[in-house]
Design a protein around this ligand. Structure first.
Ligand code: PAF
Length: 287
């Protein structure tokens, strides 16, 4: 596996590999099984002849003041070992100075989607995400890119950006990977205290209950209240937001569910901000 720190060096390697299909998996590192499942999807899309490229970059512009940029977990050597074991062809792991020119004045923003849900809790976050993902797309020029469905709104932002800016890149969503007790895998989980780690599966339990209640004709607002009450019953959880939105458009929904809806949770445990989501259906799901 080749490791590249600079834009010219990664571009030169990619030029040598083309026309083989290139599939990019952007990450912020501190990889876990969830990320590795993205690498496997990327390999399946690239095929034996294609090339899988991962990027590792803790992007400063998507963290707000007082957020966890400094304490975000990092372990590059371990990440490289995991990527090598997955058969990833190259990793692009630049310094911030390689990515951001101090003179830069251009940003990318999905104006409406960036303002709602997580965008309301973390102003500027999705502008940072859309801008870095655009830059990575321009540096790597992949045929396809894989993103986790755990960051449901992020995936919607990226799909919207790709559509609006005519980017010829196939965006692949990868299902959430969970620990045995249901907690959605996240690099931030290691920062949970033992007591918070024991309490955190309340998110997936609340989502499972909501999925079971969705086909009963319950209204969106009652379902939302039920999920919120379930989370608030856990004294260690600080509920930041519980939203139910149309699964396809992220528009608000009201009344009894008529189409698939997504329940989006943002909950803090101490200093650790966790998100999770589940698509629920108005008719019973196939087993
Ligand atoms: O999901 C992430 O890890 C990040 O938001 C991403 C897409 C790599 C952009 O920094």
């Amino acid at each position: 596996m080749e490791v590249f720190r600079s834009k010219p060096s990664v571009r030169a390697q990619l030029a040598a590999w083309r026309p083989a299909p290139i599939v990019l998996v952007p990450t912020m590192g501190f990889l876990h099984e969830g990320h590795l499942s993205l690498m496997r999807l990327a390999r399946a899309r690239a095929g034996d002849a294609g090339r899988v490229v991962a990027s590792i970059f803790v992007n400063p512009t998507q963290f707000g003041p007082g957020e966890d940029f400094d304490s975000y977990p990092r372990n590059e050597a371990r990440d490289f070992d995991l990527l090598r074991a997955e058969g990833v062809d190259a990793v692009f792991a630049p310094e911030a100075s390689e990515i951001y020119d101090p003179q830069a004045q251009t940003i990318v923003e999905t104006t409406e989607l960036a303002k709602v849900l997580i965008g309301k809790l973390r102003p500027g976050h999705f502008r940072g995400v859309a801008t870095i993902v655009t830059k990575l797309f321009n540096i790597i020029r992949p045929d396809a890119a894989v993103f986790g469905e755990k960051d449901y709104q992020q995936l919607a932002v990226i799909r919207t950006m790709v559509r609006d800016l005519d980017m010829d890149i196939d965006i692949i969503g990868a299902p959430i990977q969970r620990e045995a007790d249901g907690l959605a895998m996240s690099s931030r989980n290691v920062r949970l205290s033992p007591a918070d780690r024991a309490a955190a599966p309340v998110l997936s339990r609340a989502l499972d209950e909501a999925a079971a209640m969705a086909p009963t004709g319950i209204t969106a607002s009652r379902l939302r209240s039920h999920v919120r009450a379930r989370l608030e019953a856990e004294p260690r959880a600080r509920v930041q937001s519980v939203d139910i939105r149309d699964a396809a458009t992220l528009e608000t929904v009201s009344g009894p569910l008529t189409r698939p809806a997504v329940i989006l949770l943002a909950v803090s445990f101490g200093q650790v901000f966790l998100i999770d989501n589940r698509v629920v259906h108005p008719t019973p799901e196939e087993p």
